[in-house]
Design a binder for this molecule. Sequence first.
Ligand SMILES: Nc1ncnc2c1ncn2[C@@H]1O[C@H](COP(=O)(O)OP(=O)(O)OP(=O)(O)O)[C@@H](O)[C@H]1O
Ligand SMILES: [Mg+2]
Length: 273
Amino acid sequence: MSDASDHRAPSGELVLSLKGVSKHFGAVSALTDINLDVHAGEVVALVGDNGAGKSTLVKVLAGVHQPSAGTITFRGKQVTLSDPATALDLGIATVFQDLALCENLDVVANIFLGRELSPLKLDETAMEVRAWTLLNELAARIPSVRIPIASLSGGQRQTVAIARSLLLEPKLIMLDEPTAALGVAQTAEVLNLIERVRDKGLGVIMISHNMEDVRAVADRIVVLRLGRNNGIFYPDTSNQELVSAITGATENAVSRRAGRRQAQQELREGGQP
Ligand SMILES: Nc1ncnc2c1ncn2[C@@H]1O[C@H](COP(=O)(O)OP(=O)(O)OP(=O)(O)O)[C@@H](O)[C@H]1O
Ligand SMILES: [Mg+2]
């Protein structure tokens, strides 16, 4: 594990702090005794193998699941996230992996889905201006806010989903696998977008299986394994160390391969007269 002293301590205020959070589904312990801190202006990558509890943790913070134990402190106050609306109102936004955009509706309609300004009389102009402002703040490359989602690329859709999550001016945004379905250029664009969100002073939690993306954008890397904390790392941590923490094996495919290379090298050197 990296020594925290070689790394700059996060300078932003503590936005979110979890202490001893557990979540059981009947006999299944999806999360056990989780601690997690996120500061303003910080990207925390949440990594772990399939079934490690990443999505469960995001759902607890999104108000979808109630924790079985532990406390959640948000902006200095202990909170109960009893449903998704409560989490949103407090300032916790979530971009779920499926994005939940409406294909046939345009960008403006999607950004305001269910939150149309002035419920009695929709002010289309105001919504369009607000949509453009949000997208411009993200320096997003969307050709027009009046085209249907169906005609956008994967990266552009992710952008619209992120812009939508920023509508209520959250303090924390959670992104579940934001680059999973994207090509190289679109991935780079979404990673830039995440940096811009961070630079606006938000706390960001990003779930990803892609260690390259994680290293590119994360300030800290939090590993979950079998529903428990399994180390906090920094982007300069070696791949081997990260993989070991994720898989829980010091003897895993990566270290075995490295070990084999070393053994072959020694054999070659030893074999020379
Ligand atoms: N609603 C549920 N009911 C019962 N068990 C659940 C439920 N949701 C998650 N689990 C269990 O909790 C554990 C953690 O699942 P979770 O979806 O949080 O993992 P994950 O880290 O997101 O994995 P992946 O990388 O595959 O998305 C798994 O064992 C899963 O089967
Ligand atoms: Mg998941």
